[in-house]
Design a protein around this ligand. Structure first.
Ligand SMILES: Cc1cc2nc3c(=O)[nH]c(=O)nc-3n(C[C@H](O)[C@H](O)[C@H](O)COP(=O)(O)OP(=O)(O)OC[C@H]3O[C@@H](n4cnc5c(N)ncnc54)[C@H](O)[C@@H]3O)c2cc1C
Length: 406
């Protein structure tokens, strides 16, 4: 089999891989982006694009934002509804000072615009329907095999999602269920009772904590409905995610009346969500990991698209530096790990703390009730959603003690 040679191989054309390639487009490097499926493709997801995702898109080449603005089937969302275990609801509008709103948009359409963006660059070659099945390394290069082709490179980026073959080859760490969430989602038509400004909904009920059930309104009278729970709880409590989600849809007083005329489109589908609750080794000799392959999903919200794009961007900057210095070794690449965690760890760590607090239903009930009664406390909650420094302050033990016991 003839081996094709590229400066960089990026495995996976999801948000992490596409962002990395887009940010390398002006580098003059010869890049191959390889994905096991052809785009447009579905990706199991809640389809929630937070304001952080929109801000990340704004940092990619400008044509990406133009393509995003042209997606017809996306719905702007300007807030979130939190439902507590005792069935109260707290509405939190997103801060609108920057004129950026969140969206709900099928990944089929979102990921397609990123991949289409790659096609205009002559130094980026996209290989679709090309599953990487083997990775081999020697001192000089990395070689990968798909069923029909072989590629070699100086440097490989594993942006191939939760079951990354690149990560398995380079850092076959033991999978830890403690930092893994299982998500299940389905699409429904005719769900009623949404907020008039399309707030996304997170429902925190006792038997799924610290996980939650979500109902996200979508364009075309559709909704993305799903549930996420820690994998360790799913096995410990022997939970069947589909049964538990259907139980809520059919019987819960907050939810079932809204599904009276709803029709499910397609079937429920499940997938793992690798939470960024622990620092990992995400680089080494001739490799970098990005996005889900590097476990960068927010442990509290389950959002991973923003950090996938962010890590792809950081990987691109690092790769440019590697070629400038002609260094591809582990000692040099460790600065990539440092930069990723410098940018993301504070937020990930705070979200881990929040996730732990959400094990206590009484605490959530109390916080939601108090926020609905007390404008000052509500503002603190609202502000902490958008501002990491306020979130940090909010989660200080003293303030928590003062808030909940007084
Ligand atoms: C149920 C669920 C709900 C979620 N909801 C949200 C949400 O609402 N908002 C949010 O921000 N995040 C959400 N996430 C997380 C989000 O989906 C991921 O964090 C995000 O997709 C990560 O992007 P990525 O580019 O790293 O990986 P992916 O999007 O998974 O892309 C990886 C790509 O690699 C390709 N690939 C895999 N293996 C190979 C191989 N061997 N060879 C070649 N190609 C390969 C795949 O085909 C895929 O295109 C959710 C996840 C789940 C499971």
């Amino acid at each position: 089999m003839k081996i094709q040679n590229f400066d960089i191989l990026i495995i996976g054309a999801g948000p992490a891989g596409s962002a990395c390639a887009l940010m390398l487009a002006d580098s003059g490097l010869n890049i191959a982006v390889i994905d096991k499926v052809a785009f447009p493709r579905e990706k199991i997801c809640g389809d929630g694009l937070s304001k952080d995702v929109i801000n990340q898109i704004n940092l990619l080449p400008p044509e990406i934002k133009i393509s995003f603005d042209n997606i017809v089937k996306k719905l702007p969302s300007s807030g979130v509804r939190f439902y507590s275990p005792d069935n109260n609801c707290l509405e939190i509008p997103f801060d609108n000072n920057d004129n950026v709103s969140g969206y709900v948009c099928k990944r089929r359409y979102f990921d397609e615009i990123l991949v289409n963006g790659l096609k205009k660059y002559s130094n980026i070659k996209l290989f679709e329907n090309c599953e990487v099945i083997e990775v081999r390394t020697d001192n000089e290069s990395v070689t990968i095999n798909t069923k029909s082709e072989s590629f070699s490179t100086k440097m490989i980026v594993g942006a191939d999602g939760i079951n990354s073959v690149v990560s398995k080859h380079f850092s076959p760490t033991i999978k830890n269920k403690k930092h893994l969430c299982l998500g299940l989602r389905g699409y429904f038509e005719n769900v009623t009772g949404f907020h008039k400004e399309n707030f996304i909904e997170l429902h925190f009920y006792k038997d799924i904590l610290p996980g939650y059930l979500w109902i996200f309104p979508m364009a075309g009278n559709m909704a993305n409905v799903g549930i996420g729970m820690l994998a360790s709880d799913v096995s410990k409590k022997k939970v069947n995610l589909k049964n538990i989600l259907e139980k809520y849809i059919h019987t819960h007083p907050n939810i079932s009346p809204r599904f009276e005329n709803a029709i499910q489109i397609g079937k429920f589908e499940a997938m793992g969500i690798p939470l960024g609750a622990k620092k990992m080794k995400i680089s080494g000799d001739r490799f970098l990991l990005a996005g889900d392959a590097a476990s960068l999903v927010d442990p509290f919200t389950g959002e991973g698209i923003g950090n996938a794009i962010r890590s792809g961007r950081v990987a691109a900057d690092h790769i440019k530096f590697c070629f400038k210095m002609n260094r591809f070794d582990e000692a040099f690449n460790v600065t990539y790990d440092k930069e990723i965690y410098r940018r993301m760890w504070n937020e990930l760590k705070l979200s881990s703390t929040l996730q732990k607090l959400f094990n206590y239903p009484g605490l959530i009930n109390y916080a939601v009730r108090k926020a609905n009664r007390n404008e000052h406390f509500k503002k603190l909650v609202v502000d902490s959603m958008q501002n990491i420094d306020i979130k940090k302050k909010f989660l200080r033990p003293y303030l928590l003690y003062k808030t909940f016991l007084h």
